[in-house]
Design a protein around this ligand. Structure first.
Ligand code: GDP
Ligand code: MG
Length: 437
């Protein structure tokens, strides 16, 4: 699925020292494929890839943890923007009742999700009414009465007479009974057809609804987008509710609908149960599509933790090739303040937290290193060549370590200093941020 494909694309980027235009292009190729396979409209994909590429190549990778995470962040933000950015509320009529026409193809979930929405709004203090205007299928009225009963919302019905008459009467009923929001359950068809569109257009003209909410089944992918386009062209819908997101929906519909129709997804249905309904949050959906575990919260954490001023100072020192144990210590503290290294690694997608236990990340070694550096005098931290045997013994005693631990640390530090002569300051600093120092 999209999730795995994107993870794979990012995995290849992870660990690279410098993000080149070629890297971005390569990752974008994968992302493009993944989105197309997820049934995202090809025009949408083209635009999306162009936007992300432009931002990624031009962006300052220095400010993020790793180049890969920088791309994840940009992709996430652009996915969110693609789906409308913010969540969009149901329009409430200043003159009650608010009238919501539920339209869509057969099986999309109009009837059940009408009840879900009514129940959802009832919990928020509204007084909804469900109106049974699907006179096309005989069982539809009974179905609405059953689900309405389950959410404890009254259902208005007049049998199988002209649906426009029922809708009008239902709205009058709401006015006289204090119902402030009316959901009109309408008939669908198997496919988009002219007769259905004509009927719905007539109903729209007759009742002038506050909202025309199109119910679409997320599992039908690109067909959902085509349906949305057809309904919008015929009826000028005001919003979309995407149902069956609990199934193995590929995410393509959610991504394309706003871009193709310009109309926001307002609600989602996430199960057959009548309380499985929620407002649509583009950012949550983007994270879900990315499926990058908690990688986004990791990025946030890292960005909050990393002190930009310290980074600038460090870069200055590196440029002068004066990377001291004191700087090393600062790096360690920053690393530690981000939380447990095992936790951090566990937040990365594709990394099994269990497998990490006691494995590659040796936190006690980090603590030992920290203790050693803390036991040094400032002068020793600036110039480790001062460290003769008696000084080492003093530090070992002070830090609860052995002289061999100190020698090991000094050897590592020496290697790092050599590296700092070979690498540019920027690269070394980035490595520090990746936790390799
Ligand atoms: P309508 O023909 O548009 O009125 O569709 P219905 O409301 O009768 O729903 C068709 C089927 O989809 C029913 O079996 C519903 O229980 C099911 N359904 C509706 N919404 C969801 C959802 O969000 N998740 C799942 N899994 N099933 C849903
Ligand atoms: Mg129905």
């Amino acid at each position: 699925g999209l999730t795995e494909k994107l993870s794979a694309a990012f995995k290849r980027l992870r660990g690279k020292g410098r993000l080149t235009e070629a890297d971005v292009k390569e990752a974008m190729k994968e992302i493009r494929m993944a989105l197309l396979e997820a049934d995202v409209n090809f025009k949408v994909v083209k635009q999306f890839v162009a936007t992300v590429t432009e931002r990624a190549v031009g962006s300052d990778v220095l400010e993020s943890l790793t180049p890969a995470q920088m791309i994840v962040k940009i992709v996430n933000e652009e996915l969110t923007a693609l789906m409308g950015g913010e969540s969009t509320k149901l329009t409430i009529s200043p003159k009650p009742p608010t009238v919501v026409m539920l339209v869509g193809l057969n099986g999309a979930g109009k009837t059940t999700n009408g009840a879900k929405l009514a129940g959802f709004l009832k919990k928020q203090g509204k007084r909804p009414l469900l109106v049974a205007c699907d006179t096309f299928r005989p069982a539809a009225i009974t179905q609405l009465e059953v689900v309405g009963g389950q959410v404890d919302v009254p259902v208005f019905q007049m049998g199988q007479i002209d649906p426009i008459d029922i809708a009008r009467a239902g709205i009058e009923h709401a006015k006289s009974h204090g119902n402030d929001i009316v959901f009109i359950d309408t008939a669908g068809r198997l496919h988009v057809d002219q007769e259905l569109m004509d009927q719905l257009r007539d109903m729209k003209a007759a009742i002038d609804p506050t909202e025309i909410l199109l119910i679409v089944d997320a599992m039908i992918g690109q067909d959902a987008v085509n349906a949305a386009k057809a309904f919008d062209e015929a009826l000028d819908i005001t919003g979309v509710m995407l149902t069956k997101l609990d199934g193995d929906a590929r995410g393509g519909a959610a991504l394309s609908i706003k871009a193709v129709t310009g109309k926001p997804i307002k609600f989602v249905g996430q199960g057959e149960k009548l309380d499985q309904v929620d407002i649509f949050y583009p950012d949550r959906m983007a994270s879900r599509i990315l499926g990058m575990g908690d990688v986004l919260s990791l990025i946030e954490k890292a960005q909050q933790t990393f002190d930009a001023k310290k980074a600038a100072e460090l870069e200055e020192k590196l440029r002068k090739n004066r990377f001291t144990l004191a700087d090393f210590y600062d790096q360690l503290v920053q690393l530690k303040s981000m939380g447990s290294l095992t936790d951090i690694a566990g937040m990365l997608p594709g990394v099994n937290g269990k497998a990490l236990e006691g494995a590659s990340v040796d936190e006690s070694a980090l603590s030992r290193t920290e203790a050693i550096i803390l036991s040094m005098t400032p002068a020793e931290r600036e110039d480790p060549s001062l460290l003769n045997n008696s000084r080492k013994k003093r530090i070992a005693a002070g830090s609860g370590t052995q002289v061999v631990d100190i020698n090991r640390l000094l050897k590592q530090f020496e290697m790092m200093q050599q590296m700092s002569k070979q690498f540019s300051g920027k690269q070394l600093k980035r490595m520090g941020k990746m936790g390799k120092l």
